[in-house]
Design a protein around this ligand. Sequence first.
Ligand code: CP
Length: 346
Amino acid sequence: MTLPLNNAQRYVPEAINGDFRGKHIVTVEQFAPDDMDSLFKSAARMRTRVQRGDRGLVDLCLGKVMATLFFEASTRTDMSFQAAMLRLGGEVISTSGGVQFSSVYKGENLADTVRAVGCYADVVVLRHPEVRSSYEAAYYLDRLNERLGTHPVVVSGGDGVGEHPTQALLDLFTIADIKGSLDNLKITLVGDLLYGRTVHSLAKLIALHGAVNTTLAFVSPEMLKMPPAVMSFLKSRDIAVYETQQLDEVIGDSDVIYWTRIQEERFPLRADYEAIADQFIVTPATMARASDKAILMHPLPRKHEMGTQADHDVLDADQRSVYFQQMANGMYMRMALLAKVLGAER
Ligand code: CP
């Protein structure tokens, strides 16, 4: 017997196809190379305009309202989205005191919560522990739109161990911005590739961009390898991928080293986490084996996978460490995306 698909599974995200306006953003699979390049150009323009104090920015989303619904902890995604909307002249709302004071804690489900928020906001940024929760939100917002004739959109701020599409967009923008091109790069993703949603989205986005002669290397413990679904997607896009547990096989000729935190909170068994928690730690000694031209990225937050505070201090001063630029680019990328989905910029 075949079980019927649930609503979340039924929702099929719309390809951007050159037009962001009114589209839910739930997966990187919606983006073609031209869509990415258009966002990258816009993010660079946003950065220039913010840095020169362009007051015209506040006209772009004047009168628009963004709601944040964060069911998981966040500093960067939550605050960069809020800052992005405020800098574009829009308003930001959230439940007073966070989602723990929303009606979710009276037992309301995501479908109803997101529709309530969709009645008050033009865009809902959702972070939720369930994979494909943003698909479910998109599906129910569309049902609401059919009844009310309004058009709020959802933008995923990360769905459990699934995807983090806006993180991948800012990551790829950062690589393109620093390297000048996405062609001819060896991009190495290290650490928790199983539970790390940022690397799922980034690997897929790189493959979708179709850069010439760019390859991926994945370095992780056996139990934290990239999920089969992501590997099949990459295979279907014909990008060369090398998997190993030995960083030394690939670090010397990597152009981009993207380090990740082992996602302690996602492990079903504490013993499994403890078995590999200390296996992939980047320190100044690690970076001594990397090329002078390599860049070190990390989505942050970081814990002991970057060693001690003394290691952090040395790594932070290394010109190859670009994770703070990456973090800053998050706001510019989210400004670009908000302006586009809200129809303020093409
Ligand atoms: N990179 C990232 O998603 O950070 P936050 O969890 O702080 O949002």
